[in-house]
Design a protein around this ligand. Structure first.
Ligand SMILES: Cc1cc2nc3c(=O)[nH]c(=O)nc-3n(C[C@H](O)[C@H](O)[C@H](O)COP(=O)(O)O)c2cc1C
Length: 276
């Protein structure tokens, strides 16, 4: 590992305690409705406007220390986010837009990344998938509060090859695999029990008493992965007095460039500091 990356990985004030892992829900039939939560009190305007955090954690984001392309830096920050105790460091906000440029955003989970892009899984019949079919450009945003860091990624999206979706689907726990069959994501449903009854039928057909699989669950054809291939990646570090650090990597036009040139220190990516 280079000295640059090692120094990027050094975060002295990381909390030592790991957040407890949430246990997997063992697959079960639904028999009763969820308990009702008390009605929350509306916050006063002052209690909202006075919420304020000052960002002061080291290290700052110094462009002299940055790698030529954004992927190694993302990998370093992601590893630090995993170690920081954040229970879901792979949660990211995915923004898509309709053909008439109306944006919509929702959280999804990053399931793979490398120099080729950032992958998540979803239902190909969902609202996000419909928007991506019409307009393949999208944006992802990560926020890692305990590191005071955010990453914004923009680019073009395509479906991952079916073999890749199959391989990931097989790695999921039985409940998640059945869940993919139980939900016609983003479509209206009159009442929750319709989905629960569909789920109960799937559990009866596929799982034994201990929650183990008694029958293989294939990937639903309408479920699979998307990969965003980035052309813009911004790294953001909170700093005091709102004078944050922002470095954006943007992909240049040189189509002849090959990754081996990166080893010689050249890159298709340009780096620019932005005002906070
Ligand atoms: C932390 C978090 C992670 C989520 N991960 C996923 C995911 O990986 N895939 C997915 O389809 N939905 C995920 N969801 C649900 C989505 O936010 C959203 O409700 C769903 O995908 C339907 O969105 P759409 O109607 O815009 O397509 C997640 C929600 C949260 C809060």
């Amino acid at each position: 590992m280079s000295r640059t990356l090692r120094s990027l990985l050094f975060v002295p004030q990381l909390p030592l305690a790991r957040a407890p892992r949430r246990p997997h829900l063992s697959p079960r039939r639904f028999t009763m409705s969820a308990p009702k939560a008390p009605t929350p009190k509306a916050p006063t305007p002052a209690s909202v406007s006075s919420l304020r955090v000052s960002y002061s954690r080291a290290p700052a984001l110094d462009e002299a220390m940055l790698p030529p392309a954004p992927f190694a830096l993302f990998a370093a920050w992601f590893e630090q986010a995993k170690a920081s105790g954040d229970p879901e460091p792979n949660a990211m906000c995915l923004a898509t837009a309709s053909p008439d440029a109306r944006p919509s955003a929702r959280m999804v989970l990053l399931k793979a990344f490398d120099d080729n892009g950032f992958v998540w899984y979803t239902n190909y019949g969902s609202r996000k998938a419909a928007q991506l079919a019409d307009n393949p450009f999208a944006a992802l945003t990560f926020w890692w509060p305990s590191l005071e860091r955010s990453v914004r990624i923009e680019g073009k999206v395509d479906r991952v090859p079916t073999e890749e979706s199959d391989a990931y689907f097989k790695s999921r726990p039985p409940a998640s695999r059945l869940g993919a069959w139980a939900s016609d994501q983003s479509k209206p449903v009159g009442e929750r029990h319709v989905v629960e009854e569909r789920w109960n039928g799937l559990v009866d057909d596929h799982l034994d008493e201990k929650g183990g699989l008694k029958k293989e669950v294939e990937r639903p054809p309408q479920w699979g992965g998307f990969r965003l291939v980035p052309d813009r990646v911004e790294f953001w570090k909170g700093r005091e007095a709102r004078l944050h650090d922002r470095i954006v990597y943007e992909l240049g036009e040189n189509e002849d460039w090959t990754p081996s040139e990166e080893l010689k220190g050249s890159s298709r990516w340009t780096k620019t500091r932005l005002q906070p």
